[in-house]
Design a protein around this ligand. Structure first.
Ligand code: ADP
Ligand code: AMP
Length: 212
């Protein structure tokens, strides 16, 4: 089963995808995480992607589609976090699945007002060593600035700074929001109120995934 998590940056997709992976055995495929790792390791993909990511722009479709083709397993439960983000990516995903005799059955939309998104993005801190995600108020580490899991230093992502946040939200509206209509028309869109707390939201997502 393939599930797509669709929604603006900071809506909580990664947090819920991680829970799906821990509690329900889903493979969590986050294009953002894969790209950040590639940037850190200075791979050819990372070097091409960095300038787009720093500006809050989308990385070109061709690079992302190739990345997903390499990571998408033949079988099993997979949650796609942050992909597709353009109509061209959505079409490429359909082609990939169709060629394996499969189709996308569920897209979960993380629906949330801008105030919630900005509050979540500006308070997000990530571990510079293991990538664990915290929030200064909603999920603070036990010790300020230090990762509970590995002791690494917590930092703010460059693209979580105010100016880049604004651009990322505009990019989302322009390039990703059209997917809402596309999936709604297909009858596979499940809209969630992403302003709920982490456990409430997980409960709702789990309910949708258990039906059919
Ligand atoms: P996304 O993957 O959609 O960009 P994240 O899962 O990284 O978003 O969440 C963004 C920030 O909001 C993180 O700091 C995270 O700890 C926090 N967060 C995630 N879900 C919730 C929630 N339901 N309530 C409050 N804070 C949340
Ligand atoms: P995220 O962690 O999902 O917020 O992604 C961080 C950044 O990675 C985005 O702002 C884009 O620059 C890039 N990125 C992640 N996923 C995609 C995608 N599906 N298409 C294009 N760019 C992406």
């Amino acid at each position: 089963m393939i599930v797509v998590f669709l929604g603006p940056p900071g809506a909580g997709k990664g947090t819920q995808a991680k829970l799906l992976s821990e509690r329900m055995g889903f493979l969590h495929l986050s294009t953002g995480d894969i790209l950040r790792d590639a940037v850190k390791k200075q791979t050819p993909l990372g070097m091409k992607a960095k300038e787009y990511m720093d500006r809050g722009e989308l990385v070109p479709d061709s690079l992302i589609v190739e990345l997903i083709e390499n990571y998408l397993p033949e079988e099993g439960k997979v949650v796609l976090d942050g992909f597709p983000r353009t109509v061209a990516q959505a079409e490429a995903l359909d082609d990939m699945l169709n060629s394996k005799g499969k189709e996308l059955k569920k897209v979960i939309l993380f629906d949330s007002p801008d105030e919630v998104i900005i509050d979540r993005l500006s308070g997000r801190r990530v571990c510079s060593s293991c990538g664990a995600v915290y929030h200064i108020r909603y999920n603070p580490p036990k010790k300020d600035g230090v990762c509970d899991l590995c002791g690494g230093a917590l930092v703010q992502r460059e693209d979580d700074k105010e100016q880049v946040i604004k651009n990322r939200l505009e990019v989302y509206r322009r390039q990703t929001e059209p997917l809402i209509d596309l999936y709604q028309r297909r009858g596979i869109l499940f809209r969630m109120d992403a302003s709920m707390n982490v456990e409430e939201l997980f409960y709702e997502i789990e309910r949708v995934l258990k039906v059919c």
